[in-house]
Write a protein that binds this ligand. Structure first.
Ligand SMILES: Cc1cc2nc3c(=O)[nH]c(=O)nc-3n(C[C@H](O)[C@H](O)[C@H](O)COP(=O)(O)OP(=O)(O)OC[C@H]3O[C@@H](n4cnc5c(N)ncnc54)[C@H](O)[C@@H]3O)c2cc1C
Length: 385
């Protein structure tokens, strides 16, 4: 029988996180979101709540449930995003890096770098995008040249989340002379390594996430900093994106749900033409429609995460839950702004901030167009084209 019921443990965890999101995160969301400082205090609180160790090995401080315990992680992300969509990105970002280290990192790298991600003492980034290669990631040019004892990396990555606050970055680079996806490997790059520099990239939202570029000028990395198999890093990265995409969909939906709830409360209290505006179908129907779209998009994301959890194919489902839910979320937030009238446009309320923050996810982790390409490819595979 089909069931979307969370376990008792997951429900209790969600209740705890929902309380934290509403009472601790939400009141100061707009204030945090306006600054470029990484929210270390909230991040450490997430660690104390156990959010940063979901699915990660117990020996390093994680819950050890499964390689990435995708349903729990998605649920935590959605629940926290109700309070602060930027802070809530942490379990996806830290989880994505730590899961790759747990899966393919050397013992030395695992012991040194996974515990600090779970304890919230450090954050990491994932560096794929380059000035000349974004959607076409296989066109990357960063080179990892084999040298005695390890590699030397040279190249530039841009648009990297956490570039400015990360202690380490998972960086993708190719063997000299290799072409397209073959020959790309993944490395753990300490940002303190000689030859690494970083620069802030101002954005229209997600300011606390430290968006920026990372340049590598003949950076030496010891042999044990290779993550996964040499030359097979591209496929491994895509496998991990199949998880993060659905979690990011839920991240957007959590923020949108907060906006719709705020709009419903406002419409209940605000009066015009002698009655509460919620009595106008022009106000109540959009709320009902967005509540419906959010619910449908939420189910899609959980379906994708569940498929990953039980080992079913989920690449197309993950792509669906990366292009549609952010779009649904943005439309819901925009409608919530409209229902608030002039206040919706004002920076007094967090709605416009959520709109700018959520908009990032139409592009980050693969654009909507690239997700549709993945879905269309799956369709064609099914009809035998
Ligand atoms: C807030 C934010 C955070 C990010 N964080 C990270 C990060 O942590 N790490 C990282 O590596 N990258 C990150 N990125 C970069 C992101 O992954 C890339 O921006 C994205 O993959 C698109 O690449 P591009 O910007 O080079 O656009 P391009 O690839 O140049 O695309 C430009 C436009 O053309 C469209 N397009 C391209 N090819 C096709 C096609 N075949 N069919 C249809 N349309 C196409 C795209 O959809 C887009 O609309 C982040 C981006 C943002 C905005």
């Amino acid at each position: 029988m089909l069931s979307f019921e969370l376990t008792e443990d997951q429900q209790a965890f969600r209740t705890e996180l929902a309380r934290y999101a509403r009472t601790r995160l939400r009141p100061a969301y707009a204030e945090r979101a306006a600054k470029t400082d990484f929210p270390w205090e909230a991040h450490k609180e997430l660690a104390a709540l156990g959010v940063l160790g979901i699915g990660l090995p117990e020996e390093f401080g994680g819950t050890g449930v499964s390689p990435d315990d995708p349903v729990t992680l998605g649920m935590a992300t959605e629940t926290l995003a109700y309070g602060d969509v930027n802070v809530a990105a942490a379990p996806v970002q830290s989880g994505l890096v730590a899961a790759q280290l747990a899966e393919g990192g050397s013992r030395a790298v695992q012991e040194r770098y996974i515990p600090e991600l779970i304890s919230g003492d450090a954050v990491s980034g994932i560096a794929v995008t380059e000035p000349g290669a974004g959607s076409d990631a296989a066109g990357m040019r960063t080179v990892a040249e084999p040298v005695p004892g390890g590699w030397r990396l040279t190249g530039e990555k841009i648009a990297i989340t956490h570039a400015m606050c990360a202690k380490t970055v998972l960086v993708y680079a190719r063997q000299p002379g290799s072409v397209r996806s073959k020959g790309i490997s993944c490395f753990l790059l300490p940002m303190s390594a000689e030859g690494v520099s970083r620069a802030h990239m101002p954005g229209m939202g997600c300011l606390p996430l430290g968006w920026g570029s990372v340049a590598m000028d003949s950076v030496f990395l010891p042999a044990d900093h290779l993550v996964g198999s040499e030359g097979l890093g591209f496929a491994a990265a895509m496998h991990h994106f199949d998880f993060s995409r659905s979690a990011l969909g839920l991240l957007c939906l959590g923020a949108a749900q907060a906006s719709v709830d705020e709009a419903a409360a406002y419409a209940r209290d605000r009066e015009a033409f002698g009655q509460r505006i919620i009595e106008f179908q022009g106000v109540s129907f959009p709320l009902a429609e967005h509540a419906t779209y959010l619910e449908a998009a939420r189910l899609l994301c959980y379906r994708a995460l569940w498929a990953r959890q039980v080992g079913q194919p989920h690449t197309a489902l993950a792509a669906m839950s990366k292009w549609w839910p952010p779009r649904v979320a943005l439309e819901a937030i925009q409608s919530a702004m409209q229902i608030h009238g002039n206040l919706g446009y004002s920076t007094e309320l967090p709605l416009q901030q959520r709109y700018r923050d959520v908009m990032a996810y139409l592009v980050a982790d693969g654009t909507s167009e690239i997700q549709k390409r993945i879905i269309a490819k799956d369709l064609l595979r099914k009809v035998g084209a």
